[in-house]
Design a protein around this ligand. Structure first.
Ligand code: BMA
Length: 307
């Protein structure tokens, strides 16, 4: 390895899920992630080589992959959802899943729920285009459900003001308002120069920790990296920490080359509080899935130090 890893360390068996693990797949990427019944659950986005799955035009399907050791996964071939890039948040006993609805109307957020990762029920459309994946907090704050989202999409050439994060609240997870600006793309962190993308915040004693992807421009095109921010527990509109350094950047061959080169992208992370660990299952080059782990307390410390 010719580069220094900062907090997150790649698993030696990376990439842990590859297209050849799913017959007919051309890419498996960007998993939603959570724990259920003692197992690690990934909602993996499968892009099909022919665009068809079981004879139907689908483009992409989302499948449940489960594991007892967090490294070796069994993938359910029955689609759980259509589409890609799911964000999963457990609120009380229900798992809420948000994913982007692609199509001619632009990309907007769909809310679904499940209690068993067998059946997935559509709840409501919760954002207008172009707002891909509002990411829900796992509990109410001051009596309201809350989320982080990115209400606009950056357009090539008109970057300014489009890739920022916002916060909003809701009485019922369906009606959202009281919007507050949260973080501007590029503010003090090179890893998110053009746009930043949310994932479901994780509760820690120090604050709400959120792993975000950030996009920066290079002469060879876009580069997707991961960073982290920390929000105040009672007033998440206050950013109290942020890594200036990226915590993961594309360096390995499976991150540099693939369907979309130069990409590490995550839809969440899993805290293992008793081990002081955070696990990040991430999409590599929009082609396969890697695992990187690090110390939760080191990550929080870096957020506080580097703000
Ligand atoms: C984003 C999303 C992700 C993808 C990333 C890099 O806009 O489309 O699904 O991983 O771009 O291509």
């Amino acid at each position: 390895m010719y580069y220094e890893e900062f907090i997150l360390k790649r698993h030696l068996e990376n990439p842990i899920i590859k297209p050849k693990d799913f017959p007919g797949a051309r890419a498996i990427m960007n998993p939603g992630q959570t724990m259920y019944d003692g197992k690690t659950i990934l909602l993996i986005s499968v892009m099909h080589r022919s665009g068809l799955y079981r004879g139907k035009e689908v483009g992409a399907t989302t499948h449940v992959a489960e594991s007892t050791d967090g490294v070796h996964f069994k993938i359910n071939p029955d689609p759980f959802l259509q589409g890609i890039d799911t964000r999963v948040t457990k609120i009380e006993d229900t798992y809420y899943i948000v994913n982007p609805a692609p199509g001619e109307w632009g990309t907007y957020g769909l809310l679904h729920k499940t209690n068993d990762f067998k059946k997935c029920e559509y709840v409501e459309t919760i954002s207008l285009p172009d707002n891909r994946v509002p990411s829900l907090f796992p509990e109410k704050i001051n009596g309201k459900y809350m989320r982080v989202d990115r209400p606009y999409r950056a357009q090539p050439g008109i970057w300014t003001g489009f890739g920022n994060l916002w916060l909003s609240s809701s009485p019922d997870l369906m009606h959202w308002g009281c919007h507050r600006p949260l973080l501007k793309a590029g503010e003090g962190a090179g890893w998110g120069g053009i746009k930043i993308g949310p994932t479901p915040p994780i509760k820690t004693e120090a604050g709400w920790l959120m792993i975000t992807h950030g996009v920066s421009a290079s002469t060879c095109g876009l580069r997707y990296r991961l960073g982290a921010i920390l929000m105040d527990l009672d007033d998440p509109a206050k950013i109290i920490g942020k890594t200036r350094s990226h915590i993961l950047a594309p360096y390995e061959q499976y991150e540099l080359c693939g369907c979309v080169p130069n990409v590490v992208f995550t839809c969440g992370a899993i805290p293992d509080y008793d081990k002081d660990q955070i696990r990040v299952y991430y999409g590599s080059a929009d082609t396969c899935i890697g695992l990187a782990t690090g110390s939760l307390s080191e990550l929080i410390e870096a957020c506080l130090k580097e703000l």
